[in-house]
Structures are given as C-alpha cells and as structure tokens.
Design a protein around this ligand. Structure first.
Ligand code: GTR
Length: 326
C-alpha cells in the first residue's frame, strides 16, 4: 500500500516536472546600451510582453550596458546558445552572415524608410534566412538611424579631411575598407573602449548615430559632428535559432508578436531620442556640420563594393534588388 502511494507520488512528481519543463524557457538577453536608451526600454518591454503573451512559458532576463561582454562576443554567445537573445546591430553580424553584410555597404540605403522597405521585402527575407542558417534568427528590426563621422579638431567636408585620420569602426572589413578608401587609418575597437580612445588620442575620430554619440558622452571628447550619414544599419532582436525552433508553433508566434510590438515601440522612441540627442549635444557645444556634397564620399566606395562582390559573387543580385527598391 505504502509502496503504491510512494510510486504514484513519484510518478505524479515526474509528470509535474515534465509539464513545467516541456515548453518553459528562461532566456537571458544581451544589450549594449544604457538605461533610458530606446533599445533598452524596448527590450525591457519585449521581456514584459514575452511573459504576457506566452502565459509565462517564455521569460527573459535582460542584461543591459554590455555587462555580458562586447558585441562580437555576444553574437558568438547567442549563436552557441550560451545566451538566447541579443539586440544586435547588423554591422558585427556581417562577417558571419554574408547576406546580412549587404546592409553594411556604405550608402547602400537612401534613407531609413528605404531600409525598412527592403527589410519588409524579399531582400529582408534573404537576410533573415542567412542569419537563421548561422544560428541567429531575427524576430524584429530596430531603427538605428544613420551614422556620421565625429572627431575633435575640425569639420569633415571632403574625403581629404579624413586623410591620415585614425577612425574607430565596428569589427567588419567593410568598415575598415571604407575608412581606408577615404585615406584614413581604420581602427576596429569595442564600443565600450571608444570614449577613452577618443579622450587619450588613441583615435582621432569615430562614427555613430545621434543617440549613441550622445549617450556614450563621445560628444564631450569629439565635438565636431559632420553629417556624412554613410551607414544606415538596422538592428535586430535576435534569438538563438535552436532555442526558437524548440518552441511550439503557438509559442513561436507569441514570441514573434512580442518582438514586433517591441520594435514598434523602439522606432517611436528612436525618432524622439534622435531629436533630443541632437539638441542635447548642440546645447553642450557640439558643432554640427552639414556636408554640402556627399558624392565624393560615395564615389570613393567603389573598391569596397568590388571587394564585397569578389568574396560574395552570388550577392550582387541582392545589392541590385536594394538599389531597385523604391
Ligand atoms: C550603436 C549600436 C550598437 C553598437 C555601437 C558601436 O549605434 O546601437 O549596437 O554597434 O553603435 O558603434 O559599436
């Protein structure tokens, strides 16, 4: 009798454990940005919506401020499943996923709306497929505006102004090639190190969007911001592909919906923050320089495109598709 009860209790406990673990996933997520940054707020919202829409079956603990490591490291961690979620810029993903690297070609997009139109078309599908094949499934796209050059001692108006300048870039051969073609010395470096590098003169300049230029304090040590807008790179909420595929179809739909709603919020917050950041740095004494003619910068990028096509002959059509997208 006693044995029977014990057996059935053990059986019930085992069933309960199976029931609890069958769909449940406790995810950990990486984000590089500080509190209050649009992505940080939107990733927290994602975590909230995730729990809500999956009835608590999928939860997410976010780690902000790059506390879990640099972006290139975090990309590898999500691919390997050591982390499940990352809010990544596609720049550092390009070296791993050739299709995703098209968005890091300088001047490939006309503006941010053009970028989103491409992402919502078959071009975006090709990029997403390439990413998933490398273990990074994009669930939604975030806005990261346009990146422009900043430095300490002069406005940049022509490629000649970049001549001999040491410029920090994100890890990607397209970005080192871009600076080299302008006559500068590219210096790939982790985001967290840029402030100190600018301050101590390890680099002369860097490039980023308004919110990052402001939130990092880079504007305090590099007070000329020249509107080259040479890169328009989307960001993703990316999930480890195996972790996502392990979920039921219903749960996958709920997770995707949470990510898309988070992206809608992020894009609204982004628009407001771009304006606020610009205002804040200008109030802090930054000199904003409109570049009258960006054509010489664009014309200098020919060899960067050629090098890309040489390594990825199959991707010429994807670039053409982007250029043909209205
Ligand atoms: C920011 C982007 C970050 C990171 C950073 C950088 O605009 O949101 O993910 O890529 O730039 O320059 O490293």
């Amino acid at each position: 009798m006693f044995e029977k009860i014990t057996k059935s209790l053990v059986g019930a406990a085992a069933l309960a454990i199976i029931a609890v673990t069958a769909n449940a996933a406790d995810w950990r997520g990486w984000n590089i940005h500080v509190e209050g940054y649009p992505n940080t707020v939107a990733m927290d919202k994602f975590a909230e919506l995730l729990a809500e829409k999956t009835g608590g079956e999928v939860t997410l603990q976010m780690f902000h401020g790059g506390t879990l490591g640099s972006q290139p490291d975090a990309v590898e961690q999500v691919r390997a499943g050591a982390l499940e979620i990352g809010n990544f810029n596609l720049g550092p993903i390009g070296p791993i996923v050739a299709e995703a690297n098209v968005v890091s070609l300088p001047f490939v997009f006309k503006d941010v709306p053009h970028m989103f139109r491409v992402l919502d078309s078959e071009g975006g599908a090709a990029i997403a497929e390439g990413m998933a094949a490398k273990g990074l499934t994009p669930l939604a796209w975030y806005d990261a505006g346009a990146r422009s050059f900043y430095n300490g001692d002069k406005a940049i108006n022509t490629p000649a102004d970049v001549q001999g300048m040491k410029v920090r870039v994100m890890n990607n051969d397209l970005f080192t090639g871009m600076i080299a073609q302008l006559g500068g010395n590219p210096s790939p470096m982790a985001f967290a190190e840029v402030y100190q590098a600018l301050k101590t003169g390890v680099v002369d300049g860097a490039e980023n969007n308004w919110p990052s230029y402001e939130s990092t304090g880079h504007y305090e040590v590099a007070g000329y911001y020249s509107l080259s807008q040479h890169l328009i790179i989307p960001e993703c909420i990316c999930v480890n592909t195996d972790a996502f595929n392990a979920l039921s179809a219903d749960m996958q739909a709920a997770v995707t919906e949470a990510a898309q709603e988070s992206a809608t919020l992020q894009r609204e917050l982004w628009a407001a923050r771009e304006a606020a950041s610009r205002e804040a740095v200008e109030a802090g004494g930054v000199i904003v320089n409109e570049i009258a003619d960006k054509a010489p910068f664009q014309d200098a990028m020919g060899p960067v495109y050629e090098a890309y096509f040489e390594t990825n002959p199959g991707l010429r059509s994807l670039v053409e598709l982007i250029q043909a997208t209205e």
